[in-house]
Write a protein that binds this ligand. Structure first.
Ligand SMILES: NC(=O)c1ccc[n+]([C@@H]2O[C@H](COP(=O)([O-])OP(=O)(O)OC[C@H]3O[C@@H](n4cnc5c(N)ncnc54)[C@H](OP(=O)(O)O)[C@@H]3O)[C@@H](O)[C@H]2O)c1
Length: 383
């Protein structure tokens, strides 16, 4: 029997910064290197808000095969009929405006995390996608790693008993060099670009908590957690540099999620794993410990209470080719192929709920961004 041809998706890349390069290079990795045979990716266009030259340089640096179009504006990219889906890779301050531009032009979108600056913006994007019957997904790539898929299934099967608590930390260890690393204009600490640990890094700690304590609940019985949180601000700009959150999920019995994030302390201070796992998923029979940065985990350890199994069991999950962003791209391709508007790995409702939770954390910590980037008005000049 003849094998069916892989479904090919034609990508347009909106923005030419650091993560746009990483993602585009991953799109070009041969999917068979990760045993994926049903979908494949081509990059047909890229746009820079700065200049066409910059978009050309981007395509060259990423080794995109000739034939792809370089645009000097996002408006030109969204009008390109040869593009099936656009990857939005601007700072999160710009996601609402840029994603809305794509949707209104009839394009499917994969939008980088954090989805938007606030939940009100996220809801409007979802409404627009729903109204126009377009695919829209928040690019929380970690959810599509085989390790995440495997662990969700393992927990669902009850391997560690009844879930009790999840700890997750993503803290990048800038320590005393923070002022050197992050000048006030750097997007990591710049309020005009929605900078700060919460939206940039804390989203991963939150995603680990939510993958297990929220996502695995049957869709009809998912309930918002209560939130108690604390924020310490970076004195130079007022962005959050250390944010700690305790979520109580109202299941029976309630479960707890402890998500932390910070710019100065580190989840792995000596980069040798001496601090132990960054994530611990705890049940009534044992726990799963996940190692590596929360956004790109490559190893887990299964530890059982005495009498519940042999432990520890260490499992390595190396990333085959590329950085690890290919799996979320494969998910987009399959959703487009199958006519799905949202991904089961992280659906619209969950992205919105996570933005609501982050709104609440910001409210408790008094973290407010400039009105211009909190605004739901569209279009606003200068994006
Ligand atoms: N998934 C991940 O692992 C990961 C990692 C890093 C970042 N991210 C997310 O990806 C997004 C971009 O991060 P990045 O590290 O790639 O940032 P970056 O290197 O600063 O690039 C951002 C790009 O956005 C465009 N842009 C448009 N308006 C801009 C403005 N006013 N200021 C700055 N840039 C502007 C620029 O490209 P053009 O003007 O040429 O279009 C710029 O190169 C963020 O939302 C971040 O949270 C995700």
């Amino acid at each position: 029997m003849a094998e069916s041809k892989p479904y090919t998706v034609r990508w347009g890349i909106l923005a030419t910064g650091g993560i746009a390069k990483t993602f585009t290079k991953d799109l070009l990795v041969d999917p068979s290197t990760r045993d994926v045979l049903d979908v494949r990716h081509t990059v047909v266009a890229a746009a820079s808000s700065t200049s066409k030259d910059r978009a050309e340089a981007f395509l060259k640096e990423c080794n995109v095969p000739s034939g792809a179009t370089a645009y000097g504006s996002y408006a030109e990219l969204v009008a390109d009929p040869s593009v099936d889906i656009i990857y939005v890779a601007t700072p999160h301050s710009h996601h609402y405006q840029n994603t809305m531009l794509c949707l209104k032009a009839g394009k499917n979108v994969l939008c980088e995390k954090a989805f938007t600056v606030n939940a009100a913006q996220a809801k409007l994007l979802v409404e627009e996608a729903k109204k126009r019957r377009l695919f829209l997904m928040e690019a929380v790539w970690t959810r599509y790693f085989p390790i995440s898929v495997e662990l969700r299934e393992m927990v669902k099967q009850g391997k560690i008993g009844t879930l009790q608590r999840v700890f997750a930390d993503l803290s990048i260890g800038e320590g005393e060099k923070i002022a050197e690393s992050f000048k006030p204009e750097n997007r990591m600490v710049n309020l005009d670009l929605a900078g700060g640990a919460l939206l940039d890094l804390g989203i991963y700690s939150i995603t680990w908590v939510f993958q297990f304590l929220y996502h695995l609940q049957p869709a009809g019985s998912r309930r918002l957690p209560s939130v108690a949180s604390s924020i310490t601000k970076y004195p130079v700009t007022g962005a959050d540099e250390m944010t700690s959150m305790i979520f109580t999920f109202p299941s029976d019995p309630p479960t707890h999620g402890i998500a932390t994030t910070a710019l100065r302390p580190a989840h792995d201070p000596d980069k040798r794993g001496t601090a132990g796992p960054a994530i611990r998923i705890q049940g009534t029979r044992g726990e799963i410990q996940v190692f590596g940065p929360a956004y790109r985990p490559t190893k887990y350890r299964l530890v059982f209470f005495p009498g519940h199994g042999e432990s520890p069991v260490d499992v390595e999950k190396p990333i085959p080719g590329g950085h690890g962003m290919m799996w979320e791209a494969d998910e987009c391709a399959r959703c487009l192929r199958d006519g799905k508007l949202e991904s089961e790995g992280l659906g619209w409702e969950e992205s919105v709920v996570i933005m609501e939770v982050m709104d609440e954390v910001r409210r408790q910590g008094g973290l407010v961004y400039p009105e211009r980037i909190e605004s739901t008005e569209y279009p606003l000049e200068g994006f």
